[in-house]
Design a protein around this ligand. Structure first.
Ligand SMILES: Nc1ncnc2c1ncn2[C@@H]1O[C@H](COP(=O)(O)OP(=O)(O)OP(=O)(O)O)[C@@H](O)[C@H]1O
Ligand SMILES: [Mg+2]
Length: 461
C-alpha cells in the first residue's frame, strides 16, 4: 500500500487558507504537507518523495492572478512527475490561460464548493496511478563507470565500456567503427575523459565536412603569406589539440594527399604549417572513426593501407541500436527528460504500444534517429502518453527477422527525411543532420514524393 501523503500547495490566499484547514477533515487518513508558496513547496519536495500534489488556487479573479501564471507553469514543469489536481474557483477557469495551465498540468480539477467524497476518490486514484507508474527499483549496476555519457545496460554496451576502459590509458591511436548515429563521438569523448590527456582539449573534426581545398590548412595551420588571405600565422586543428585528443570523424573521407600528411604526423608527432619551414611538436592522441568499411576502401585504393594499419592499432566497434534493443526504454526515457523543455507538460511518458513499436523497429539511423523520433513525438503527441504514431512508427515498423534489404533501405531513407523535416529546421540544417547536400535532399524528397514542409503548410492555409 503506498503511503497516503500529498503536497497541498495553496496560492492566492489572502491570509490563512480556510480550504487548506478544511482539507484535514475532508481527507481523513491522508498526511497533508502544506506549502503556501512555490518556494515552500520546492523545499517540501526536496525533503519528501511525494507523488500527488493538490493545487489550491484561491484567487477568484483571473486578472488578479495573472502574474502568478508564469512562475507556476515553470514550477509545475519542473515537478511534472507529481500527479497534480487543481482546486479552483469557476471564475478562474473563464480565463483561457488558466484553463490551459490546468489542462496541461493537472490530471483532474475540482471547483468550489468542494465535494469531499469526489476529492477523496480523486486523490486516491492519483496515488494509485503514481504507484502503478513508479519504476521498479533498478538492480545495482556496479560495472558501469559513473557519469558515463553512454546510456545503456545491455551486455553489448557493458562490453563497450570495458573496451573503453582498456584502451583509454594507452597512448596508441584508436579506430572506432560503427554505423551512423551509434555514438562513435561519445565513445571518443569517453576515451578522452578516461585517458591521461583528460585535462587537455578534445578537438573533434568531421573530415567529411571540411572542403578538400581547405583541409590541409584547417588541420595543419598556415604561416603568414602562405596563400592569398593568409594575413597572419594560424595554428591548425592538430596543434590546437596539443596536450589532448584529436578526434577525426569520418576519416574515410580524408583526401588521399592529406592521408599522407596525417601518417607523417602519427609517426613524427610534429606538424608543418602550410608555407612553413619549421616543424612544431604536437602531443595529441589520435582517435579516428568511420562508418564505412575502411578495409574495403583500402582494397579500392581510396584509403592508404599504411595509414589504416597505423590507426587500427586499437579498434572498437560500437554496436548498432538494433543489436541492443533492451537499451531502448532507458535511452528513450533519457531523451524524454533531456528534451523535456520541448514537450507539452501533459505528456507523461511512453505508452506500452509505443515501447513495443520501438522494439519492433530496425533503427537504421541508430541513436540519432531515436533522438529525432522522440523529439518529434514530444512536439506532436496529443494525448498524455506518446503513441506509436507520434514516433512515426505506426504500421511502418518492420517485424524482427529477415526482409529484403531493398525495401528496408527505401523505407529507412524516407523515414529519416520525414523525421528530419518534422523538426521544423531549415533545409540546410536538415541536409546537414542527414549528412547529405541540400541538392541531394531535394532529389530524395522528389523521389519519395515528400513535399517541402513550408510549401505544404502554405498550401493548407
Ligand atoms: N549510448 C548513448 N547514450 C546517450 N546518447 C547517445 C548514445 N549513443 C549516441 N548518443 C547520442 O546520439 C547522437 C549521435 O551520436 P554520435 O554523434 O556520437 O554518433 P556517431 O556514431 O558519431 O554518428 P555519425 O556516424 O553520424 O557521425 C548524439 O546526440 C549522441 O549524444
Ligand atoms: Mg560522428
Amino acid at each position: 500500500m503506498p503511503t497516503k501523503n500529498l503536497l497541498c500547495l495553496t496560492l492566492g490566499a489572502a491570509g490563512a487558507s480556510r480550504t487548506a484547514t478544511q482539507l484535514d477533515a475532508l481527507l481523513p487518513g491522508w498526511e497533508l504537507c502544506k506549502a503556501a508558496s512555490l518556494r515552500d513547496a520546492s523545499r517540501v519536495l526536496r525533503s519528501r518523495a511525494l507523488s500527488v500534489g493538490l493545487l489550491l488556487l484561491e484567487c477568484e479573479e483571473a486578472a488578479g492572478a495573472a502574474a502568478a501564471l508564469a512562475g507556476l507553469d515553470a514550477f509545475l514543469r519542473q515537478h511534472h512527475q507529481l500527479h497534480w489536481i487543481a482546486v479552483c474557483h469557476r471564475a478562474l477557469l473563464q480565463s483561457e490561460a488558466w484553463r490551459v495551465l490546468v489542462r496541461e498540468h493537472c490530471s483532474d480539477f475540482h471547483t468550489w464548493p468542494l465535494d469531499g467524497g469526489r476529492l477523496l476518490h480523486t486523490v486516491g486514484h492519483a496515488l494509485g496511478l503514481a504507484a502503478l507508474r513508479a519504476a521498479p527499483v533498478p538492480a545495482p549496476a556496479p560495472a558501469l563507470p559513473q557519469q558515463s555519457p553512454l546510456i545503456g545496460q545491455t551486455p553489448a554496451l557493458r562490453r563497450l565500456h570495458g573496451q573503453i576502459a582498456r584502451v583509454a590509458p594507452a597512448d596508441a591511436a584508436v579506430l572506432i567503427w560503427g554505423e551512423s548515429g551509434t555514438g562513435k563521438e561519445l565513445v571518443a569523448q569517453a576515451i578522452h575523459a578516461r585517458s591521461g590527456a583528460a585535462g587537455g582539449p578534445f578537438v573533434a573534426v568531421n573530415c567529411a565536412a571540411i572542403a578538400p581545398s581547405l583541409a590541409q590548412s584547417e588541420l595543419f595551420g598556415y604561416v603568414r603569406g602562405a596563400f592569398t588571405g593568409a594575413a597572419q600565422d594560424r595554428r591548425g586543428l592538430l596543434e590546437s589539440a596539443d596536450g589532448g585528443t584529436i578526434f577525426l570523424d569520418e576519416i574515410g573521407d580524408l583526401p588521399l594527399e592529406l592521408q599522407a600528411n596525417l601518417l607523417r604526423f602519427l609517426q613524427e608527432k610534429c606538424v608543418l604549417r602550410v608555407g612553413g619551414t619549421r616543424s612544431v611538436p604536437v602531443n595529441a592522441r589520435v582517435i579516428a572513426a568511420s562508418h564505412v568499411d575502411l578495409e574495403a576502401a583500402v582494397a579500392r585504393g581510396a584509403f592508404r593501407q599504411d595509414l589504416y594499419y597505423r590507426l587500427n592499432v586499437l579498434s572498437l566497434q560500437v554496436p548498432a541500436l538494433r543489436e541492443r534493443k533492451d537499451d531502448l526504454p532507458l535511452l528513450a526515457d533519457h531523451f524524454f527528460v533531456q528534451f523535456a523543455a520541448e514537450r507539452a507538460p501533459r505528456i507523461r511518458g511512453y505508452s506500452g504500444a509505443a515501447l513495443a513499436a520501438m522494439r519492433r523497429y530496425h533503427w537504421p539511423g541508430n541513436v540519432r534517429e531515436l533522438i529525432n523520433r522522440v523529439r518529434r513525438a514530444l512536439i506532436m503527441a496529443e494525448g498524455r502518453l506518446i503513441q506509436p504514431a507520434d514516433l512515426g512508427l505506426d504500421g511502418e515498423a518492420a517485424p524482427d527477422g529477415c526482409e529484403p534489404l531493398g525495401g528496408v533501405r527505401v523505407r529507412a531513407e524516407r523515414q529519416a527525411i520525414e523525421v528530419g523535416l518534422g523538426l521544423g529546421k531549415s533545409m540546410t540544417q536538415v541536409a546537414e543532420d542527414l549528412g547529405v547536400s541540400r541538392m541531394t535532399l531535394y532529389r530524395l524528397m522528389a523521389k519519395h514524393g515528400i513535399s517541402h514542409p513550408a510549401r505544404a503548410r502554405g498550401a493548407g492555409s
